[in-house]
Write a protein that binds this ligand. Sequence first.
Ligand SMILES: *Cc1c(COP(=O)(O)O)cnc(C)c1O
Length: 241
Amino acid sequence: MSQIADNIARVQERIEAACDRVKRDPADVCLIAVSKKKPVADIVAAAQAGVQHFGENRVEEAQTKTPQVNRAYDGRLIWHMIGHIQSRKARDVPSLFQTIHSIDSVKIAERLSRVAVQQKTECEALIQVNVSGEGSKGGLAAYQWQKDPALLERLVNDVRVITSLPGIRIVGLMTMAPFLPDPEAVRPVFVQTFALRETLSAQLKLALPHLSMGMTGDFTVAVEEGATMVRIGRAIFGERT
Ligand SMILES: *Cc1c(COP(=O)(O)O)cnc(C)c1O
């Protein structure tokens, strides 16, 4: 077996074990292989090993790589945009990606909505929330939302506006936890994101079935706390240079 296929099998085993611990069905966790900065050959190897979902974080890189992957691999792959989207790049997003995880402001949501409607398409999307409070992370501000009624009201209003837009169909929330050596230390970020989803869903009477959370360092904890999509790069493709 190739190294990448072997890595994928390991990651899948760890997802299954995490599901087992909390009595979840592994079929409810979608593995997204994050292929940013990795060559087309590695993506094809992962696809041949059975991965269907791939995540990229830059529009230009996806524009270069996806046509090459599509030529080299004879099967349907699903592309996820997981990085911040600049306004001037928004017009290229709907044709490249089936799912957008990084709706991190009302402004970009409105821009993507206009673009999708113009292009007569609809994208699945998730709203990124910054639950950790780190300045380096994007997303709607959500740090300590449970203790801050004004912040929650702002979140509810922003999510109401975003979910009412045509062309983007909001299916859940995405978050990034801080990079910490001990994955247990980030469990509260996932717990609070799950609870925020429940609150928004109840207040706005919306189905928000998906939670995109968990990366190489913390995905088993994220799965235990309800992740339905995990975004994994290094554990599949190795370190990025
Ligand atoms: C790079 C990246 C990942 C994957 O990180 P790994 O640590 O390589 O698993 C996941 N999500 C986002 C938003 C990323 O930018």
